[in-house]
Design a binder for this molecule. Sequence first.
Ligand code: HEM
Length: 132
Amino acid sequence: MAAATEPAPSFYEQVGGRETFQRIVDAFYREVALDDVLKPMYPEEDLGPAAERLLLFLEQYWGGPTTYGETRGHPRLRMRHMPFKVNPDARDRWLSCMRIAVDEAELSPMHRETLWDYLDRAAHAMVNTFED
Ligand code: HEM
């Protein structure tokens, strides 16, 4: 029975692949553009390139294409965020933007919880200063 040997679909596939992640990332950066603490942190005026990097990273993390690693190398996210002042306020704003984006994607409760749990933990791990 061929079906029995097929690998289980990845989380990436289960939630709808690129289309779903693209929607989440688009909505996230739409919200970032409205945030007066987050928006100025981004080195480029155009958030498009940053959106592309986040999309590729999330796709890879959840079992989709590995383009992120091929183009950017090892994620080393904490290190890559060191140039930016990620204090608890920035973290909470980042999470608020992401919460809106994830809610709009209307995933099943289980997928939503799984994704949110990761994003919440990752955002807490990214804090690199407690200064204002
Ligand atoms: C906690 C608050 C966070 C803030 C304020 C923040 C801010 C930023 C900024 C300013 C950049 C540079 C933009 C650019 O790529 O040009 C960046 C890059 C990035 N961030 Fe965050 N970030 C946060 C959390 C996270 C989390 C939780 C993740 C992953 C789950 C993440 C994933 C990324 C990725 C993949 C990049 C691009 C890295 C690369 O250069 O390849 N960030 N972030």
